[in-house]
Design a protein around this ligand. Structure first.
Ligand code: GRF
Length: 203
């Protein structure tokens, strides 16, 4: 079994999709054992608590900076025997010091078809605004491994979503979540959890 930590900052609808997928058996080789938030007010924390999942709040402010926050997160992951880290709306770019420790052990969901509309500065509604400004007729979501390049790691899964003429950044954001993110994130988490579990069994 792969122990999963989900890192969040906000509403946590992707976390909810993962919790639901574990309950329904879509995720069967992994277990969400910890949710870490860098924002004490994140609704994602309530979702975790409602489902009996341990939580930790680790903020940059309380730690005194980004690198101290990352060290605290690493310590917490180690204490909890975490095998796989899922970034689900985690609004902080992790340094190479962090990503280098977890090669092919961190995955992220990004709300576009990478390599379009990704990298530093492309987050939240900005991604969908950029897609609409470009006039693309198809967008989507991408699950990828996280390395030192923002949105630059190996792609695990993608799903396309059609753009309608009357879409706004808000309607497109919602469509991409419903039609792509909440579907492929659980599938990708199961795929990676399975391969980590198999390697653990061999040890
Ligand atoms: C999603 O759009 C995700 O792609 C992005 O941040 C948003 C998180 O939403 N990385 P939620 O907190 O999972 O509801």
């Amino acid at each position: 079994m792969t122990n999963i930590a989900v890192l969040v900052s906000g509403g946590g609808t992707n976390l909810q999709a993962l919790i639901d997928a574990e309950k329904s058996g879509i995720i069967k080789n992994g277990k969400i054992t910890l949710v870490i938030s860098n924002n004490a007010d994140a609704y994602a924390l309530t979702r975790a608590k409602d489902n009996g999942i341990a939580t930790a709040v680790i903020t940059r402010k309380a730690c005194g900076g980004q690198s101290a926050m990352e060290e605290k997160i690493i310590e917490t992951l180690e204490e909890n025997d975490i095998d796989l880290i899922v970034l689900a709306g985690f609004m902080s770019i992790l340094s190479e010091n962090f990503t280098g420790k977890y090669d092919h052990r961190i995955i992220n969901i990004h709300p576009s078809l990478i390599p379009s509309f990704c990298g530093a500065g492309f987050y939240g509604l900005k991604v969908h605004e950029a897609a609409l400004n470009k006039g693309v007729k198809v967008t989507g979501a991408t699950v990828h491994f996280v390395n030192e390049i923002p949105d630059g790691g190996e792609i695990i899964m993608q799903k396309a979503v059609s753009v309608a003429d009357d879409d706004t950044p808000e309607t497109l954001q919602r469509k991409v979540m419903e039609q792509a993110e909440w579907i492929i994130l659980p599938l990708a988490v199961e795929k990676v959890s399975k391969s980590i579990s198999e390697r653990k069994d061999v040890k």
